[in-house]
Each structure stands twice: as C-alpha cells, then as structure tokens.
Design a binder for this molecule. Structure first.
Ligand SMILES: [Zn+2]
Length: 121
C-alpha cells in the first residue's frame, strides 16, 4: 500500500492496483476509502485503514473493474513530478524527462503529450 496525494493535496491510497480516496465516511476506529475509478457510478470497492493509514483491509464489496497497476504507477509518477516542480529549480521539461525515462514503456504511454504535462506541473 502506498500513499499519494491528489491535485488538492488530499491523501489517496494505492492498494493492489486500485486508487482509493477518503469520502466523508470516517468512522470511529477506521478510515474508509472509496474507489477513485472515474466514470463508474456503481463502484462498490472500498477499503478501511486505521487512522494512521495502516492495516489496509478491503471492504465487503469487491471492485467491479480490474485492478490497474499501470494507472497507479502513472499517478504516483505524476505526483512526484509535481512535488519536484514545486520544490526544485529544475525546469519542468527536465523533471518530466527524468521522471518519464525511469518508467516502464507501458507507463510512459499513459502520459499525455509532453507539452500538456509540462504545462500542468
Ligand atoms: Zn474500484
């Protein structure tokens, strides 16, 4: 399980190929995470963790779609680039080139054209 951040800085959890975010469903002992799969109004996947974001346990309802490990890697790479762009003096084009060069080809294909990505850093 990995923690990553959304564009707004909220925590997201990457777990077994699914990306989960917190809804407004924090219960007393556990945080409940919802699937972030877009375009699926009927997703059921959920995950609970402790408040320390530990001990992940899938909820009773399985995801209604396949895990997407490439998407998880891609999302984490995008977040890393954004953090580097915010904290270093490197040009976005350098950050982009370095980050993408380290990824598998399958992940590289997920990136939109370079110009779009640089502009969004
Ligand atoms: Zn899901």
């Amino acid at each position: 399980m990995d923690i990553t951040q959304s564009n707004k800085g909220d925590n997201k959890i990457c777990f077994e190929g699914y990306i989960m975010y917190t809804g407004s469903c924090t219960r007393k002992k556990n945080i409940w995470w919802k699937c972030s799969e877009k375009g699926s109004r009927y997703y059921r996947g959920s995950l609970s963790t402790t408040p320390d974001l530990d001990n992940p346990e899938p909820g009773p309802q399985p995801h209604n779609h396949a895990a997407d490990h490439i998407n998880v890697t891609y999302t984490k790479c995008r977040n890393l680039m954004r953090q580097q762009a915010a904290s270093s003096l490197d040009k976005p084009s350098q950050i982009f080139a370095q980050a993408v060069a380290n990824q598998d080809h399958a992940v590289q294909k997920r990136f939109p054209c370079e110009e779009n990505t640089k502009r969004s850093l």
